[in-house]
Ligand binder design. Sequence first.
Ligand SMILES: CC(C)(COP(=O)(O)OP(=O)(O)OC[C@H]1O[C@@H](n2cnc3c(N)ncnc32)[C@H](O)[C@@H]1OP(=O)(O)O)[C@@H](O)C(=O)NCCC(=O)NCCS
Length: 152
Amino acid sequence: MTLRVRPADPGDADAIADLEQVALPLDAWSQALVEEGVGGRLPTTQYFVAEQGLLLAGYAVVSVVQDVAELQRIATAPAARRTGVATALLAAVDAHAAAGGAARLLLEVREDNGGALAFYTGAGFAELARRPGYYRDGTDAVVLERSVRMDP
Ligand SMILES: CC(C)(COP(=O)(O)OP(=O)(O)OC[C@H]1O[C@@H](n2cnc3c(N)ncnc32)[C@H](O)[C@@H]1OP(=O)(O)O)[C@@H](O)C(=O)NCCC(=O)NCCS
């Protein structure tokens, strides 16, 4: 089925909050926070959704402040993984970051999240730093970085 990536709107909040619980259960954002973001009330933050038909296949959240973009979230519905959904979302994030004037794209990932680390490494990210005990359960964060791709 065709994959379509578009900016999120308030009608996407429920599906994003549901997937947040499934994909990032140790660190899930609240429904209220998601509603604030998709409602455009966080000035530097943009949500994107990937749709297959009417279903939410994934979403990504990026904030852009001057020359630095931060990938705050990226997640794919379990049934849609390894089909290029996150790759398509990351291309939209790069395009948004480039349009906003960012040169660097940073993110944090749990050091025990092997799947995400493999995805990011394959997408060209490299380790910049570690944040010991960053997550609620004491797990370290790995900070990854790469240049924003102007023509992803
Ligand atoms: C990490 C995640 C976003 C990847 O999404 P995805 O849509 O499956 O990724 P893609 O299909 O675009 O993968 C592209 C490539 O990345 C690599 N990759 C992706 N997931 C991988 C995994 N679990 N293990 C190893 N490599 C992986 C592969 O090289 C893959 O290409 P291939 O399928 O042709 O081998 C997804 O597994 C997810 O939602 N995980 C839970 C949420 C999460 O951890 N988010 C990141 C928080 S920092």
